[in-house]
Design a protein around this ligand. Structure first.
Ligand code: UD1
Length: 432
């Protein structure tokens, strides 16, 4: 897919089924290295970042094989992985590859990995990951391109770590590194996202002893050995679900978002209700219905259970359709407003002042050519395009494919006029 073309104006109606969570799958794939044994993992989302993670561990010597026709269940045998052998060019393409450091350190007492890539939201340091490794006794060195860590003779030792900032990545990496450390490790001021609980559950299924994941204090009682697992199922992707919820709020209609854990979406559901949308919950689904004009609200991003930074661009697109002024404040990352210029190309009126964007919505958006400057920004462009008059072309869609699978097909099935274009095919058709 090279480009997505959306002709806006259709309400969305129907049902969409949500994939496994990308940001849980990434650490779980890398954490499988720490087990040293065969793991079968279900509900793998077929998105490019996760496929890249699987490719990285395959390059390092793991056996990786999809065992179902949908390519969502994978068998990983990391027995023959060589530490420090990760391919730097691939590692630099995804953020989640930083979990290699915790996994290698846990199993081999040594890691050497390139610094990760991922979306450009400004500075994304790894000092809190390094702080945890050092507290466990590792000798840590890093420069602009690499990080290495080596456990002392006798291995890592349980410790207390107080994180200076709430970091999803550092919490998960510290948890993975500490599973085999001697004694107990206590992580304080830990992140509480559902994917942290998912990684802890996966490691516990493989013999680890982690308690308190999902709270701000996590205790990891070190174990001597981990084993593999016959089946671990990754939780559903709350950000993918939230994206479809924001989309139907922007276009009007009625969409059932299924195969989810509604509790993870409490914040999104309550914001949509505050705007005047109807959100009905079932055990594993929510239905969003919007028929009338929505009210403006303000949102500010916080660690879970607050409003997720990964939902802010999609809500900005939604706010462009709401009469009145909505404010979006970004508290987690320093440079996440790069997509605002793209929304402006569609006619959106937005003022940015420091970490707050004021969106003056309700004026019609008009189709234009816009870029998917990062993953969630790309999803925001689709939402804005669905609400705009005329044709919107979205370029640089590889950003979207990093974290969404079947997004064009799903929106089409919900009634959107949307298609994916491949340049090569296009040229061929024209010549024919
Ligand atoms: C993960 C997600 C990303 C999401 C983010 C916040 C993956 C692959 N990515 O990113 O989609 O937007 O969580 O929910 O799961 N920080 C430090 N030092 C550190 C680590 C982080 O200062 O060592 C800061 C960051 O700059 C940021 C904040 O802490 O300001 C939160 O970052 P963090 O939660 O670590 O995000 P990631 O794990 O990179």
């Amino acid at each position: 897919m090279d480009k997505i073309v959306v002709r806006g104006g259709q309400p969305l109606n129907g049902t969409v089924r949500i994939n496994g969570m990308k940001n849980a799958a990434l650490p779980i794939v890398f954490a499988s290295i720490a087990t040293g044994a065969e793991c079968i993992i279900e509900n793998i989302p077929p998105v490019n970042d996760v496929l890249m993670a699987l490719e990285i561990i395959r390059e390092m010597g793991a056996e990786v094989e999809f065992v179902d026709i949908f390519q969502t269940t994978v068998r990983i045998n990391p027995k023959n992985i060589k530490p420090g052998s990760s391919p730097s060019d691939m590692v630099r393409r995804i953020r989640g590859s930083i979990y290699l450091a915790g996994a290698e350190l846990s199993r081999f007492g040594y890691t050497d990995v390139a610094l990760p890539g991922g979306c450009n939201f400004g500075v994304r340091p790894i000092d809190q990951h390094e702080k945890a490794f050092a507290a466990l006794g590792a000798e840590v060195e890093s420069d602009d391109v690499h990080v290495t860590a080596r456990a002392p003779e006798g291995g890592l030792c349980g410790t207390s770590v107080y994180f200076d900032v709430v970091s999803v990545g550092a919490t998960i990496n510290a948890m993975i590194a500490a599973v085999r450390a001697k004694g107990t490790t206590v992580l304080e001021h830990a992140a509480r996202e559902p994917h942290i609980v998912d990684v802890a559950n996966f490691l516990n299924t493989c013999g680890a002893n982690i308690v308190g994941a999902g709270t701000e204090t996590i205790k990891i009682h070190g174990v001597e050995e981990l084993h593999g697992c016959e089946c671990y199922t990754i939780i559903p992707d709350m950000i993918e679900a939230g994206t479809y919820m924001a989309a139907v709020a922007a276009t009007g209609g009625c969409v059932r978002v299924e195969n989810i854990i509604p509790k993870h979406l409490d914040c999104i559901s309550s914001l949509l209700r505050a705007m005047g949308a109807r959100v009905d919950e079932e055990d594993d689904a929510v239905t969003v219905t919007t028929g009338r004009r929505l009210k403006p609200i303000n949102v500010d991003t916080r660690p879970y259970p607050g409003f997720p930074t990964d939902m802010h661009p999609q809500f900005s697109a939604l706010f462009c359709t709401v009469e009145g002024m909505c404010e979006v404040t970004e508290n987690i990352f320093t440079n996440r407003f790069r997509y605002i210029d793209e929304l402006r190309k569609l006619g959106a009126e937005i003022k940015v002042n420091g970490k707050t964007a004021q969106i003056y919505g309700g004026k019609p958006l008009t189709g234009a050519t816009v870029k998917a400057v990062d993953l969630r920004a790309g999803a925001a462009m689709i939402i804005a395009g669905l609400a705009a008059e005329g044709e919107t072309s979205i370029t640089e869609v590889e950003s979207i494919q990093r974290g969404y699978s079947g997004i064009v097909r799903n929106f089409k099935e919900l009634g959107a006029d949307i298609e994916e274009i491949e340049f090569a095919k296009h040229i061929f058709i024209e010549e024919d």
